[in-house]
Design a protein around this ligand. Structure first.
Ligand code: HEM
Length: 780
């Protein structure tokens, strides 16, 4: 009938909802490339910094060109911010009740802590995804998760006027975390007298929902279809998920699946907090510290009174959800989690009340007015402690003079009864100062775990001490190598290649192994620090430990002899291993390009990386960065779809589809596979950097047949030995979107474009972690 198909999506009077079928609807198993092109520049106003400006583009701009000059970087905006004025404004807003959403106890501090915690708490170590570094709690699905109930009010009523005032000098993501800090400071003592907590700015807002984060596959809120029996018949939670049920931040407060089993609940807590990189000590400090403040809200049954979440709510609610029709729908009639009550007698003060009451009473199960299972002191406890009038010492949040019994969740009792959490809780119970110290540190970790190294944290309130979970890299106490030094070192590397001491492919592999651990999700990994020569990376199977050891020993010797020479000749420059491994990789690529007839290719190089020590490296936490597959090196690992993993790794390195494709093609002809396997090395001249891979992959005369191992394929061609290739190789030719890119590199007129794009994509990967080149702000 001539209508635009998108108009049909709405359901008006008598109109049927007709969402157009998409490619993914027709072929749900087809490779999903959307994660490589998410949060497009087109989705945000031009004056709002895009993440690529503040991370990748700004760093690479230093060598590739000012591609990001269209945007002022967020770091620059932030540097103009009067942070203390902002902190004062936040404090004033937290202590001024808004009639649309009256503050419990006259203070929004607890609500704001919950907002910051839920914003940061989705982080998980396995893929570095989640967390508060993109302000994604403003966007679906997180803005509508059941566990985030009524946090929309914290953003809209309390923080929006502040965001409006400060504009682009503070992102939503930073504002949410800062508001959590101000809330804690405000309740820790008199405002203005309390030392500000550690805070680092630098989070850049997302403007579109993140496509790359797997939150689980259950089609219903609060469903749990993510536990299975493990090898030892333990119940295991699907990786990489960080929460036990769909739509929860971590665990169910009532116990696993709603079952009030205290010890089982402790297991869930340990598993999920562990997936955020928290140990038992930090976990206890966080939960106890958090529940020292505020209350739970369950004035009545949610299913009867609470309306749709923000994404499903009627348009006139303007993005606010969970409209509550119970009495006034707010204040003391609020329904959020369905649990009801507070943990301590002073819910807006930092004190020892939480552990004091947790250990003082015995607890029995009870039901909130909302119908949820929670715990209250037993009658024996009440009688033994002076009777109901004494034990009911928790003030009402809105009615002066009214008092309640304290409550605990099943998860709170886990801190007392779990055999590991119990003693830690006792320690904190007897030493409030220890709890204060541990809570502050764990809070900083919680809110900054996804921000990457300290050089990405902006502002005057940064920790002075090195923190191992920030993967510290010591500052250089020497001058950085000059252009002449670089040329000299490149000559020495070339000599070694010519004398066959080390091969082009080994140098390329080592540089790739070093740089490609970077993940944009939490800004960990990368070449800086030279951690490729340290445990655990040096032993990862994907890195071919034996050939890697040879390259490392060659480079270490070169580094030492160069630095000794500089020393003996009173020269101040020194080379780091981290710089040298990239420089050697670049040198190998230039040589491979020369072999292809491109005599003047220069791979951009910016020195300045420094070397970390083993003692700067948390071996356990680095294990999460180990690739289980790597399609760039045709390393198949053990589980999963290699082609999907290629897309995943490409996303972690912020690669676009063409960048990913050109890197695969280039790395194959450079013979950079793990194990030096010839799978996918579709060239008769390995070690020569040309577009042969794409030409041969798309050769219409080659017939590809699956081999018996179920993983690889044989390509029979009219002339020459058959090729072998992996699923990753063949998907480049079979997936229409990827094939289109391959074709662009296989054409007769593409060889120089292939080379140009390969060099620039390679350079991008080697520069992903060069935060040291970004504008930073240090007030002191
Ligand atoms: C409130 C669960 C850990 C801070 C709540 C509520 C629930 C809950 C159900 C009530 C929400 C409402 O009805 O308004 C849990 C569970 C945790 C956990 C199951 C982990 C086992 C934490 C942590 C923090 C925290 C780590 C912060 C460090 C708070 C605060 C409130 C709260 C401040 C009060 C909010 C208000 O007064 O509006 N929590 N929480 N919680 N939680 Fe947690």
């Amino acid at each position: 009938d001539g209508k635009c198909p998108y108009h049909r999506e709405s359901v008006g009077d008598g109109e049927v909802s007709r969402r157009p079928m998409t490619v993914r609807d027709w072929w749900p198993d087809s490779l999903d490339l959307r994660i490589l092109h998410q949060d497009p520049v087109a989705a945000r106003p031009s004056h709002v910094p895009h993440p690529s400006c503040t991370t990748v583009a700004a760093a690479t701009a230093a060598i590739i060109g000012p591609s990001s000059s269209a945007h002022a970087s967020y770091a620059e905006n932030f540097s103009r911010l009067d942070l203390d004025a902002l902190r004062n404004d936040i404090h004033a807003a937290l202590t001024t009740s808004h009639p649309s959403w009256p503050a419990d106890y006259g203070h929004y501090g607890p609500l704001m802590i919950r907002l910051a915690w839920h914003s940061a708490g989705t982080y998980r170590v396995f893929d570095g995804r989640g967390g508060g570094n993109s302000g994604n709690i403003r966007l679906p699905p997180l803005n509508s998760w059941p566990d985030n109930g009524n946090l929309d009010k914290a953003c809209r009523y309390i923080l929006w006027p502040i965001k409006r005032k400060y504009g682009q000098s503070i992102s939503w993501a930073d504002l949410i975390i800062l508001a959590g800090n101000v809330a804690i400071e405000s309740m820790m003592g008199r405002w203005g007298e309390v030392q500000p907590l550690w805070f680092g700015g630098g989070r850049v807002d997302a403007f579109a929902p993140e496509e790359d984060i797997y939150w689980g596959h259950e089609p219903e809120w609060l469903k749990d279809d993510r536990h299975a029996k493990g090898k030892n018949l333990d119940v295991v939670l699907e990786e990489p998920l960080g929460a036990v049920q769909m739509g929860l931040i971590y665990v169910n407060p009532e116990g696993p699946g709603g079952n009030p089993d205290i010890l089982a609940s402790a297991k869930d807590i340990r598993e999920t907090f562990g997936r955020m990189g928290m140990n038992d000590f930090e976990t206890v400090a966080l939960i106890a510290g958090g529940h020292t403040f505020g209350k739970a809200h369950g004035a009545a049954e949610a299913s009867k009174y609470v309306g749709a979440e923000p994404e499903g709510a009627p348009i006139n609610q303007m993005g606010l959800g969970w409209k509550n029709s119970y009495l006034s729908g707010k204040g003391r009639d609020t329904i959020t989690s369905g649990l009801e009550g507070a943990w301590t007698a002073n819910p807006t003060k930092w004190d020892s009340g939480y552990f004091h009451l947790l250990f003082k009473y015995d607890w029995m199960q009870s039901k909130s007015p909302g119908g949820a299972t929670q715990w209250v002191p037993t009658m024996e406890s009440i009688n033994a402690n002076g009777g109901p009038d004494v034990v009911a010492n928790v003030p009402d949040a809105h009615e002066q003079g009214t008092k309640h019994f304290p409550i605990m969740f099943t998860t709170d009792l886990a801190l007392r009864y779990d055999p590991i959490y119990g003693p830690i809780s006792q320690l904190f119970h007897l030493n409030q100062d220890k709890l204060t110290e541990a809570f502050k540190k764990a809070w900083y970790k919680l809110c900054h775990r996804d921000m990457g190294p300290i050089s990405r944290h902006l502002g005057p309130y940064l920790p002075k001490e090195p923190l191992i979970w920030l993967d510290p890299i010591p500052s250089a106490d020497y001058d950085i190598i000059t252009t002449d030094d670089v040329q000299h070192l490149q000559n020495l590397v070339l000599d070694a290649v010519k004398q066959s001491k080390v091969s082009i492919s080994d140098l390329v592999k080592a540089a790739w192994a070093s740089a490609s651990t970077y993940r944009c999700t939490d800004h960990r990994g990368g070449a800086n620090g030279g951690r490729i020569r340290l445990d655990p990376q040096i032993n990862w199977e994907v890195n071919d430990p034996v050939s890697l050891a040879n390259v490392i020993s060659f480079l270490e010797t070169l580094k030492e002899s160069f630095n000794d020479y500089q020393n003996q000749n009173n020269r101040t420059t020194r080379v780091s291993f981290a710089d040298l491994i990239i420089l050697a990789g670049n040198t190998a690529i230039e040589e491979a390009a020369r072999k292809a007839g491109h005599m003047n290719v220069k791979v951009p190089f910016v020195a300045g990386r420094a070397d970390a020590l083993q003692s700067d490296t948390d071996v356990n936490s680095f294990a999460a960065l180990q690739p289980s597959m790597d399609g760039f090196r045709n390393y198949e690992g053990k589980v999963g779809r290699p082609e999907a993993s290629l897309i995943d790794r490409a996303h972690l390195m912020t690669l676009t589809t063409p960048e990913m494709v050109v890197l695969v093609g280039g790395l194959r002809v450079l013979n950079a596979n793990t194990d030096q396997s010839l799978v996918g090395v579709l060239t008769d001249r390995p070690g020569t950097l040309d577009n042969a891979y794409f030409i041969n992959l798309l050769d219409e005369n080659t017939t590809w047949l699956p081999l018996g191992d179920g993983k690889s394929f044989q390509g029979n061609r009219p002339m020459g030995e058959p090729w072998t290739a992996s699923r990753v190789d063949l998907v480049l030719g079979s997936n229409a979107q990827l094939r289109a890119v391959c074709e662009a590199y296989a054409c007769a007129d593409s060889s120089q474009y292939f080379l140009r794009d390969f060099v620039s994509s390679w350079t991008k990967v080697t520069m992903l972690d060069r935060f040291d080149l970004l504008p930073t702000y240090r007030a002191n």
